[in-house]
Ligand binder design. Structure first.
Ligand SMILES: O=C(O)CNC(=O)[C@H](CS)NC(=O)CCC(=O)C(=O)O
Length: 280
C-alpha cells in the first residue's frame, strides 16, 4: 500500500510568529496534495534566535504556543507530523540549556513521541560563521525513539545525527522503515556531504529517508544547504529540490522495503569479529 509523504524546506528566521505563519502555509500545501506524513526542518520555528532559552521555557507543556500550534496543524490536516526541532526546556531542569527536541504528532493531533537531538554540532567550518558550538546552548538527548505509524515504523533523528551510522543501525535493528531527518545542514558541509550521507543511511539500512533541510541565509549570517530529499530503500532520490523554500512529496511503499530486505538480507548477515592492532 502506498502512502504520500512530504518534506518541507524553509528559510526560518528568528521570529517565531513569522515562522509559524510560513509553516502553516506549507503544511496546508502538502496536506492539499495528499501528504499523510510531513517532516519539518530543524529549528523551523526559531533559527539562531537570541532567546532560545525563553522559547524553550515557554514549551514546557503541550500548552506551549509552538506545541499547541503543531497539535492543531496535525489535527486540522489529519497528518502525522514530525515537527523538525524546537528548543525544549524540561520542567525542573537545573542546567540553563535547552534540548533540541523533535515532537511527533499523530493525525488526531496527539503528541505521540519526542526525540531529543543526541549529537551536538561543535565543529569548525570554512564558512562565514566559522565555529559552531551547539553544546553552548543545548544539552544532548539520551534516547532514540521508534514510532509505529500507519505507514510503517518511523524514527526521527536530527541533522548532525546523520553523521553517526551506528544510531541508524541500532534503529534498523528495531525494524525501522522510515528515517525522518529534520536538518539545518550548513551550505559548506551540505555541498560536500549531505546527499552522500542521506543516501548512505537509506542504502545501509534498506529504509526510506525523508530529509527536510533549512535553506539560504539566516539571521546570524549562517547559510544552510537546502536540497531536501526523499530517498527510497535502494538509494534512489524519489523527490528532491535545490535552494529556496519548497515542499517535496513522494509515494512510499512498505512492500518495497520488505522486498529489498528479502533480496539482500545483509542486516541479518552481520558477523562477530575480533580486532587486532598490528604495532609497527
Ligand atoms: O542552532 C540553531 O539555531 C540551528 N541548529 C543548527 O544549525 C545545527 C546546530 S548549529 N546545525 C547542525 O547541526 C548542522 C550539521 C551539519 O551541517 C553537518 O553535520 O555538516
Amino acid at each position: 500500500m502506498k502512502h504520500k509523504v512530504a518534506a518541507v524546506q524553509m528559510n526560518s528566521g528568528m521570529d517565531v510568529a513569522e515562522n509559524l505563519t510560513h509553516t502553516e502555509r506549507l503544511i496546508s500545501q502538502v496536506a492539499r496534495l495528499g501528504a499523510r506524513l510531513v517532516v519539518l526542518p530543524e529549528c523551523f520555528a526559531a533559527f539562531a534566535a537570541s532567546d532560545m532559552l525563553a522559547i524553550g521555557q515557554g514549551e514546557q507543556t503541550n500548552e506551549g504556543p509552538i506545541r499547541s500550534f503543531l497539535a492543531e496543524q496535525a489535527r486540522t490536516h489529519k497528518i502525522w507530523l514530525v515537527a523538525g526541532s524546537i528548543p525544549y526546556f524540561p520542567e525542573g531542569q537545573t542546567d540553563d540549556r535547552c534540548l533540541a527536541s523533535c515532537f511527533v504528532y499523530n493525525d488526531q493531533g496527539e503528541e505521540v513521541a519526542r526525540y531529543d537531538k543526541i549529537h551536538l554540532f561543535d565543529v569548525n567550518v570554512d564558512d562565514s560563521k566559522g565555529s559552531y558550538r551547539e553544546s553552548k546552548e543545548f544539552l544532548p538527548g539520551k534516547h532514540l525513539v521508534v514510532i509505529d505509524t500507519p505507514f510503517g515504523r518511523v524514527a526521527p533523528v536530527i541533522c548532525y545525527d546523520l553523521r553517526f551510522p551506528e544510531i541508524f543501525r541500532k534503529l534498523a535493528e528495531q525494524h525501522v522503515d522510515i528515517f525522518c531527518i529534520p536538518s539545518a545542514f550548513t551550505a559548506v558541509t551540505g555541498a560536500a556531504h549531505w546527499e552522500t550521507l542521506v543516501k548512505a543511511r537509506a542504502i545501509e539500512n534498506f529504509s526510506y529517508v525523508i530529509a527536510a533541510n533549512q535553506t539560504g541565509m539566516h539571521g546570524d549570517k549562517r547559510e544552510t544547504h537546502g536540497h531536501s530529499m526523499i530517498v527510497d530503500p535502494w538509494g534512489q532520490a524519489i523527490a528532491s529540490t535545490t535552494k529556496g523554500e519548497a515542499v517535496i512529496l513522494a509515494d512510499i511503499d512498505l512492500q518495497k522495503v520488505k522486498q529489498i530486505r528479502d533480496q539482500m538480507p545483509s542486516l541479518s548477515h552481520r558477523c562477530p569479529y575480533e580486532l587486532a592492532v598490528i604495532k609497527k
